[in-house]
Design a protein around this ligand. Sequence first.
Ligand SMILES: O=P(O)(O)OC[C@@]1(O)O[C@H](CO)[C@@H](O)[C@@H]1O
Ligand SMILES: [Mg+2]
Ligand SMILES: [Mg+2]
Length: 286
Amino acid sequence: MANWTDCLNFGISIAKQASEVVLSAFQQHKEVKLKSSPADLVTETDQRVEKILISAIRNRYPQHRFIGEESVAAGERLELTDSPTWIIDPIDGTVNFVHRFPFVAISIAFTFNKQIQFGIVYSCVEDKLFYAQRGGGAFLNGEPLYVSGQQDISRCVVVTEIGAERDDVALSTTTSNICRLLKLPVHGVRALGTAAVDMCQVATGGADAYYHIGMHCWDIAASAIIVQEAGGVVMDTDGSEFDMMSRRVIAASSATVADRIAQVIQAFPCCRDDEDNCRCGATGVN
Ligand SMILES: O=P(O)(O)OC[C@@]1(O)O[C@H](CO)[C@@H](O)[C@@H]1O
Ligand SMILES: [Mg+2]
Ligand SMILES: [Mg+2]
């Protein structure tokens, strides 16, 4: 069984280097282009950071494969195989980045045999490095992470996102899910604008659960293993096994809380990330 620690350490070092590019652009004016909707944005920095990361990894590991948000947006096929694969979101929270709302992350996951082996989420402005390797625990800036272990939904802080989908069905489903949770009740509902950092809040115990419908594999692959290695549970919103291509996720401090959220929320339809004619994230920009 391969040990991917060298790859993890390399991923951490390039995430730190790439974060300098994100931070130096953070306060500057950005040229913004639209992708799948008026709320799905891309900047030159997203594209640049993805190129920097992929070329550094390709130099070091020429056989490895990639799934990158901006490469897929430019028309590259999204295909997860058994080969070692890096799944990259160069800036998770591009809307935040454009507005200088200080939660933006570089998210890097690594799969082998289609199973996530490690994940790195670098929250650049906060200078918080979250990472986890399968079977090795989860860490924030070198300190071990543990979920809250909360079992009682009525004592939970739940994080979610109001995504880029603005059609009537997506909007009414998204808002009624929030209403149903608030009525349970839960202690609060929060949204930071980056799925990767949202999910890492569950890993720290600062939030008790996260759910989202409509995000992509690069938003959540790295943080999924971080939550699991912190002792949390990750599943589909219909209660079935987590599938990073399904565009639905619940991450929670306990199976009890995850199941309760799965009972309460509904999903709006969106095509799978690995569906060949699914062009949700693509526009041909680049
Ligand atoms: O395009 P980006 O920034 O990489 O990612 C999209 C995203 O930021 O949108 C959602 C909120 O609208 C987040 O949950 C998700 O992470
Ligand atoms: Mg993203
Ligand atoms: Mg992104």
